[in-house]
Design a protein around this ligand. Structure first.
Ligand SMILES: C[S@@+](CC[C@H](N)C(=O)[O-])C[C@H]1O[C@@H](n2cnc3c(N)ncnc32)[C@H](O)[C@@H]1O
Length: 415
């Protein structure tokens, strides 16, 4: 799926579902869209609602054709539905996955064979892992005889990466567009051997920073790049990198906001389809509670995050308000006046009727994750094509139900 224009048009049509911050989730526009554009959503029982995206049993699609068509279109627009590519087979000794969590072990067992093959193709000897975390990829690469350098901004992770990989160089630093070029060029010159850049689930700005380095093609040349992005909502700006995507967004008057980025970092329908109904209900309830916190505390900028688990907050409006107050007062060493307390309780109660909508909203948002994620992936991919890397590829490396940021961007000078 590489039709940026139809993807953008579809997202424009659906923009009401991601245009607003969480604060606005319950506000008029979004609810209005539910009422007018998706009147049939209101008629569905929760049972039916949960069936549509997950079981195409015809009967329900016939009863609610508009919603079913929306879900179908979302799926068609999503590159995340693509099953993992036929990746190279590679035996990685099981002791290298010792103490690695199940999800990470799955990701490593999928992506490492791809990386090893790309390194061999380009006859690379040194690998730089950007945002290396605790150094799981370094360990596997060291085993296969590569010289490895890990770059990590988090002190604790950098220490762990060092302890786990005595043979690797671990550099503790926060990379950004201003320092990445000098740092990586120096590293490459010091080694004087072909050097690859890899990064698995580099969050926020990290992937765009890495891609920006690759546009400096005349001054620096790394023969291999394999990167998978993550947490797009943590980007400093919702900046689009490629001309192709920027033009299409502009032509269709679609502004990709940070809240859209947040959606693209969510788990998507692909994930939810395998969850029991209770899990989705729990998630919807959490969304409601989070929206309540933002609404009720919108004027108290430094209180946006409840310290405990959102899901553990009581459902009862009065108890909910009371718990929030105690947490707020605990964090701010002060008490709200009784009229402020009263206001809060009233607000929480006033929004209770919105609660049944949240589940619908959660499904609409989950459905849109695929198309939004696709737009961001195509953006990164086209950016490389437009900037002197015509053989760049998008490779589906993970099953999106197991690891939703599942597309690797791969470039190899030997292709
Ligand atoms: C989602 S984790 C992935 C860790 C590891 N690659 C893995 O797959 O297990 C992203 C890592 O990138 C690091 N990171 C994020 N932004 C960074 C930056 N600008 N410079 C260096 N490290 C960064 C984070 O501290 C975190 O350890």
């Amino acid at each position: 799926m590489d039709d940026i224009d139809s993807l953008t048009k579809f997202l424009k049509k659906s923009e009401v579902w991601f245009k607003y911050e969480i604060l606005d989730l319950l506000r008029a526009k979004t609810l209005q869209a539910l009422h007018i554009d998706f009147a049939e959503l209101r008629k569905m029982t929760t049972e039916e609602l949960l069936k549509i995206p997950y079981e195409d049993n015809g009967e329900i699609s016939e009863k609610f054709p508009k919603f079913a068509a929306f879900i179908k279109e979302c799926n068609e627009m999503s590159i995340m539905n693509t099953p993992p590519a036929a990746l190279p087979e590679r035996a990685i000794p099981s002791e290298l996955f010792h103490k690695v969590k199940e999800k990470k072990a799955y990701e490593l067992s999928q992506i490492m064979p791809l990386i090893l093959t790309e390194l061999e193709k380009a006859k690379v000897e040194t690998v730089i892992d950007i945002g290396c975390g605790v150094g799981n990829m370094l360990r596997i690469l060291n085993h296969f005889g590569y010289y490895t350098i890990g770059i990590e901004s988090d002190h604790l992770y950098a220490e762990l990466a060092r302890n786990n990989n005595p043979k690797s160089d671990i550099i503790e630093t926060h990379l950004d567009n201003d320092n990445i070029f000098d740092l990586l060029v120096n590293l490459q010159h010091n080694r004087d051997t072909p050097t690859a850049i890899i990064s698995l689930h580099g969050c926020g700005d990290l992937q765009s920073t890495i891609l920006t380095l690759f546009t400096s093609v005349d001054r620096v040349d790394f023969p291999v790049l394999v990167t998978v992005g993550c947490c797009y909502n943590k980007r400093n700006s919702a900046e689009i990198l490629s001309e192709a995507v920027a033009k299409s967004l502009n032509d269709n008057e679609l502004h990709i906001s940070p809240s859209a980025m947040r959606l693209a970092g969510d788990r998507g329908l692909q994930f939810w389809k395998d969850q029991p109904k209770e899990t989705l209900e729990f998630h919807a309830n959490c969304m409601f509670k989070r929206a309540m916190i933002h609404l009720c505390f919108s004027d108290r900028k430094n209180y946006r995050n409840y310290r405990g688990r959102i899901g553990d907050l009581p459902d009862d409006p009065a108890l909910f308000a009371q718990t929030m107050l105690l947490d707020y007062e605990g964090q701010h060493n002060g008490r709200l006046t009784s009229s402020q307390q009263h206001d809060l309780t009233q607000k929480v109660q006033a929004y209770q009727p919105c609660k049944p909508w949240i589940q619908r909203l959660a499904i609409m948002q989950a459905a849109l994750q695929g198309p939004l994620e696709s737009l961001l992936q195509l953006d990164a991919y086209h950016y490389l094509l437009e900037n002197g890397r015509p053989t760049a590829r998008l490779v589906p490396v993970f099953d999106a139900t197991r690891s939703p940021r599942n597309m690797a961007i791969v470039y190899n000078a030997a292709d």
